[in-house]
Write a protein of this length. Structure first.
Length: 357
């Protein structure tokens, strides 16, 4: 599949839903650096039917963009992030990095391409080799790539993320969680990748360290010309760091829009529910929210959110909506979108906490 085919043809159900082309400062059109089409991820268990964590997700990441991915725990955020870097490969679907297809390749074929797409894991300590020093951890990818001077390049990368030469000889258990995450980021960017996948990189850190790591990610993005997928359940963080936001529910994408547009006027009722769940000490009349429901079977028909949706109809129970463009640049998978002229005026937007980054 070429870029021309994926972006010039009209999208149909099941095909890639392209991100809107965007003009750069020089007037050029920004094209996706990473594309995923109809990704399905299943996990097998002995004596049990497979668990489908991701169900037909398609998305694009534009060059220089930060795409936030949010949703409840268990919605498939981390699974789609790992599928993008082929750890493990998706059960079905296609992933393209620029003009190169990643799915279907052997580990040997993937090795040179992995330098162009890197992953920052959620747990900063367990993702590092406990037997190696921070310097060795960052230098190892360079040695595998036969770099002529891996030690000096690794020391420079560690210095860029705030880990000095004195700490470079320490092992992960001798570093704090924030320092370990800085080492993880240095390991990820040391080979100058095009794409960085951040799987909840600050969820295991305290608030003060979170701000420092987020500032570091923003700086690394600019200095290394990165495109980034930022996965998190923290809505305030995602709003502040993302250009666009994708909302997931039970393995499916239900809404994609720019951060400002999505937070100001969500079109999917689940997105409304997420934003309303943000704590607001000054809100004395908080709306009642639909509670959790038992997981639906993989074969269940209809919209997966129908059992919790205040606008659900028989159509929603019978037919699952496709992700389509309701407004320019605003995609939603809903038969009865909220906050449209047909659904009435938009409610007051939920507050988001301000973070210093």
């Amino acid at each position: 599949m070429t870029n021309q085919q994926s972006h010039d043809s009209a999208p149909v159900p099941g095909e890639l839903v392209p991100a809107p082309a965007r003009e750069t400062e020089k007037g050029a059109i920004a094209r996706p650096v990473l594309s995923a089409q109809d990704i399905v991820v299943e996990y097998k268990a002995a004596g049990q039917p497979p668990v489908r964590a991701v169900r037909g997700v398609s998305l694009d990441l534009l060059k220089g963009e930060t795409l936030g991915v949010v949703g409840e725990s268990g919605c498939g955020k981390s699974s789609i992030g790992r599928a993008l870097v082929q750890l493990p490969p998706p059960t079905s679907g296609e992933v393209h990095l620029g003009g190169d297809r990643l799915t279907g390749l052997t580990q040997r074929q993937l090795r040179p391409l992995r330098r162009r797409i890197q992953l920052v894991f959620q747990d900063p300590i367990s993702s590092l080799n406990p037997r190696r020093s921070a310097l060795e951890i960052v230098a190892d990818p360079l040695r595998l790539a036969r770099h002529p001077n891996p030690r000096q390049v690794a020391l420079k990368a560690l210095d860029e993320v705030g880990v000095d030469e004195r700490m470079a000889d320490r092992r992960p258990h001798e570093l704090s969680g924030g320092q370990c995450q800085r080492v993880s980021i240095a390991r990820a960017v040391v080979q100058n990748p095009e794409v960085l996948i951040c799987d909840e990189p600050v969820s295991a850190l305290d608030v003060s360290v979170q701000a420092a790591v987020l500032n570091l990610l923003e700086r690394m993005k600019v200095e290394h010309d990165l495109s980034m997928v930022f996965i998190s359940h923290d809505l305030a963080v995602v709003k502040n760091i993302s250009d666009r936001v994708a909302v997931m529910y039970l393995g499916r994408l239900c809404e994609i829009a720019t951060a400002d547009e999505l937070y100001a006027r969500p079109l999917h009722h689940y997105t409304e529910l997420l934003l309303a769940s943000i704590p607001n000490p000054g809100d004395k009349e908080r709306r009642r929210r639909p509670g959790a429901v038992p997981p639906r079977p993989v074969t269940a028909a209809g919209c997966p959110f129908a059992a919790r949706c205040p606008a659900a109809t028989e159509l929603c129970l019978r037919e699952a909506p496709e992700l389509s463009e309701a407004e320019p640049g605003h995609l939603v998978a809903c038969h009865h979108p909220a906050n449209t002229p047909a659904s009435g005026p938009a409610p007051a937007s939920a507050p988001t906490s301000q973070r210093p980054f």
